[in-house]
Write a protein that binds this ligand. Structure first.
Ligand SMILES: [Zn+2]
Ligand SMILES: [Zn+2]
Length: 228
């Protein structure tokens, strides 16, 4: 199973390390590839709009020196129920990995929250290129139990059709084995993310590797294969 980490944050958003420190940690941990995915600008802690091009230049610099492939990515926020992202098309064209995350839910009832989350995810995937869906259906708690199996299956079918990978997220330990198995069955690729906010957390992906092993995932089921 390839070891890679496609979900890391630097000081450009709410992380505490620099790009160089993250790459160094990734190499020390024996990763085969790494992606930077700082939060988009609409999240309070996200990268400032005026710093986004500087951020890409920084990534380019470390990428040139790095011993492993380094991808320039973003963890864009889905900011409305219409699936709008907080990054512009122009920016998306310049990066290697478009990850999306849903972070600011306000519903009072968990079931409403789960359905609002689902509708944002569906619309986001329908309207633009998305490579990875981060910590699927996790917002404070796992929202999947609030959705029907049919709803979940329809969503996974859409992800398969649109070629969106689901992330196995180490920080929140989601999604469940059932969900990962369903993704495998439907041909949805899987990504691995530590969701590291400091260099010491980069590449700590054992939980994800165990989950992938439990459900019988193979190397070709991982999005990493697209970048070889
Ligand atoms: Zn996130
Ligand atoms: Zn994150």
């Amino acid at each position: 199973m390839p070891r890679f980490d496609f979900h890391t944050h630097t000081r450009y958003s709410d992380g505490t390390s620099s790009h160089a420190e993250i790459v160094e940690a990734a190499v020390v941990r024996g990763l085969e590839a790494l992606a930077f995915t700082d939060h988009g600008p609409e999240l309070k802690v996200g990268v400032a709009k005026e710093k986004m091009s500087q951020m890409l230049e920084d990534i380019k610099m470390v990428e040139e020196e790095a011993e492993i492939p380094v991808l320039a990515g973003i963890e864009a926020n889905v900011i409305s129920r219409y699936g709008v992202l907080d990054v512009e098309e122009e920016f998306i064209k310049k990066i290697d990995l478009v990850s999306i995350g849903i972070h600011d839910m306000e519903e009072i009832y968990l079931s409403d929250e789960a359905h609002e989350y689902l509708s944002r995810a569906v619309r986001a995937i329908e309207r633009q290129r998305v490579d990875v869906f981060c910590h699927p259906f996790f917002y404070n708690v796992d929202l999947l139990p609030c959705l029907s199996w049919d709803e979940i299956e329809d969503f996974v079918d859409l992800a398969a059709e649109k070629d969106v990978a689901m992330e196995v997220n180490v920080k929140y330990r989601v999604p469940s084995d059932d969900f990962i198995s369903l993704c495998l069955k439907k041909g949805v690729k899987l990504s691995i993310g530590s969701d590291a906010h400091r260099a010491s957390e980069v590449g700590k992906i054992d939980w994800a590797l165990s989950a992938l092993k439990r459900v019988g995932a193979k190397s070709e089921d991982l999005i990493f294969d697209n970048f070889r």
